[in-house]
Design a protein around this ligand. Structure first.
Ligand SMILES: [Zn+2]
Length: 282
């Protein structure tokens, strides 16, 4: 490795003032280069940063990459992105197992109760829960990366969300295949899943990384129960007009997340997102 981040850029990075594309190359380089991380620590507030990198180093310098990470690299994903994805909690075996068992049980109940309602109601919650679980100290090793490199905020969130969505959507899709009797209706969870994930993320800058998804998920469950009581047949979100409305909501939420992107990045030194740090809301 011959190129290193210039001293001046490191100072800008530490202050949270480095702009793209310099920021992106500094981001990628810092993940791979211990020397520049050490230099970054020198030019930044020493105490908090050192502790952050130490914990991150322990995770990043794991003796050898796991199978998933090696697969990603083989498929052309950049080293540092592969490592970030592999360290995403939802992609760890325990979370995947949890998602698989929830889906397995709900598919089983569809077959015994002869209504896809429970499956369609639960499946959209899985990516939302995954995004919520991807944040916060104690759960997330790459949380340190967001702490150390504050400007990672939005990009990190998008990489993680894409990983969580991909995993959850593939698994829910497979579960839908186990419900051939319901045809396309077994896929009616997809748009609600995207809408709930979008709303959950859009509320994060205001409500925090835990309360926003909890509130979104709770509202979804409450709405479904109300819809179930209002009509005998298919709950509103899973009818054709309901799906159209859900699609619009999903797009609106995505646009809102895009508009709020600055709120996820922070120029203050040690909080991953503006407005909410390790402590949670506000
Ligand atoms: Zn370097």
């Amino acid at each position: 490795m011959t190129w290193h981040v210039a001293e001046e850029d490191l100072r800008g990075y530490a202050r949270g003032e480095l702009a793209p594309p310099l920021l992106w190359s500094a981001d990628s380089h810092l993940v791979a280069c211990a020397e520049c991380r050490a230099r970054l620590a020198d030019v930044s507030d020493p105490v908090a940063l050192d502790a952050g990198w130490e914990r991150l180093d322990a995770e990043l310098d794991a003796p050898r990459p796991g199978l998933f990470e090696r697969l990603l690299v083989r498929f052309g994903v950049a080293d540092h992105t592969a490592r970030l994805l592999a360290a995403t909690p939802i992609l760890r075996r325990s979370w995947l197992l949890a998602v698989v068992s929830v889906l397995f049980m709900s598919v089983l109940m569809v077959h015994t109760a002869h209504t896809p309602g429970l499956f369609l109601g639960l499946a959209p919650l899985l990516p939302l829960i995954g995004v919520a679980l991807s944040y916060g100290p104690g759960i997330d090793p790459t949380y340190e990366m967001a702490v150390v490199a504050p400007l990672h905020g939005f990009r990190l969130l998008m990489i993680r969300t894409a990983a969580v969505l991909a995993a959850a959507l593939v698994l829910c899709g497979l579960a839908s295949l186990a419900l051939p009797d319901y045809g396309l209706r077994a896929l009616a969870w997809l748009l609600p899943a995207l809408a709930l994930t979008g709303i959950g993320i859009a509320l994060m800058p205001r409500l925090g990384p835990v309360f926003a998804p909890v509130l979104t998920g709770g509202a979804w469950i409450g709405f479904l129960i109300a819809a179930q009581q209002a009509t005998e047949g298919t709950p509103a979100p899973f009818t054709a007009p309901g799906q159209a409305v859900t699609a619009v909501v999903a797009l609106a939420a995505a646009a809102l997340v895009r508009r709020l992107r600055d709120r996820f990045d922070s120029s203050s030194a040690h909080t991953p997102f503006a407005g909410f740090g390790p402590g949670g809301a506000v």
